[in-house]
Design a protein around this ligand. Structure first.
Ligand code: KIV
Ligand code: NA
Length: 277
């Protein structure tokens, strides 16, 4: 057994129960995830959508990812942390990808990086990074960084050609050295088939119950955004409503001069106050 509670890659790969992964983007997010006892934290480039307010992940930079992942790590020192390589940081050749992955590992304390796709170029990068000791999580199915080229944010692998492409991509990622593969937005029967074919764990989002693990975007499961139902996520809380109601209650009390109350205020002795007059 290890000195810390952080799971090792072999432990993750041989876990008896489904792996639990959740995204985090800052110190409290890391704290909550670690306290809840998840197996892996993903600092996802969904950062762009749920934290930075962009309408896609494409604008997210390496600097953004490093800045946020460092904060997550401070909140979750003992949880296996995967950091997404953002769009453009692993597409200009193996050397650039290696340099950017090294920055993520060194500057954030990440245990692994994640990247989308299984093209020849991406597979070369995965092979190179893993040979050089940087664990890589793959990602196939719906790939938000290049969703425009996939025809929008759509379920993948529904026809036989697309299904074959998703399966062969996942298999090739394992061959290239990926220690795990995310399957996003594919039919559950295809995800189950891929999971059966792969030696390394699959982690699903919108991919059914037959994967080796599940991942959700924290903001989705926490219900941070009101009236935003997503088929692939379940809302386990309504923190968006709670936040709005709390801020509105504060505003009402300030306007009614009910806050701050006596117990929130500091006292001064009469004689000290008297000297001021
Ligand atoms: O960026 C992200 O949050 C992800 C998960 C949805 C897998 O890549
Ligand atoms: Na991502």
């Amino acid at each position: 057994s290890s000195l810390t509670s952080k799971r090792s890659i072999p432990e993750l790969q041989h876990a008896p129960a489904p792996l639990v992964m959740v995204t985090a983007y800052d110190f409290p997010g890391g704290r909550h995830a670690e306290a809840a006892g998840v197996d892996l934290i993903l600092v996802g480039d969904s950062l762009g959508n749920v934290v930075l307010g962009y309408d896609s992940t494409a604008p997210v930079t390496l600097g953004d990812m490093i800045h946020h992942a460092r904060a997550v790590r401070r909140g979750a020192p003992n949880t296996f942390m995967v950091v997404d390589m953002p769009f453009g940081t692993y597409h200009t050749g193996v050397t650039d990808a290696m340099r950017n992955a090294v920055r993520i590992i060194q500057e954030t304390g990440a245990d692994a990086v994640k990247m989308e796709g299984a093209t020849t170029e991406i597979l070369q990068v995965v092979d190179n990074l893993t040979r050089n000791g940087i664990p890589v999580m793959g990602h196939v199915g719906l790939m938000p960084q290049t969703a425009t080229a996939q025809g929008g944010l759509k379920v993948q692998g529904k026809d036989d050609e697309s299904a074959r492409l998703t399966l062969s991509g996942a298999l090739a990622l394992e061959q290239a050295g990926a220690f795990s593969v995310v399957l996003e937005a594919i039919p559950s029967r295809l995800a189950k088939l891929i999971t059966g074919r792969l030696g390394v764990p699959t982690i699903g989002i919108g991919a059914g119950v037959g994967c080796d693990g599940q991942v959700l975007v924290a903001h989705d499961l926490l219900g941070i955004y009101e009236d935003e139902e997503k088929k692939i996520a379940k809302r386990y809380a309504e923190l968006g409503r709670a936040a709005r109601e709390a801020i509105a209650a504060y505003a009402a009390e300030v306007r009614a001069r009910e806050f701050p109350a006596k117990e929130n205020s500091f006292v001064m002795k009469d004689e000290v106050l008297g000297k001021l007059y």
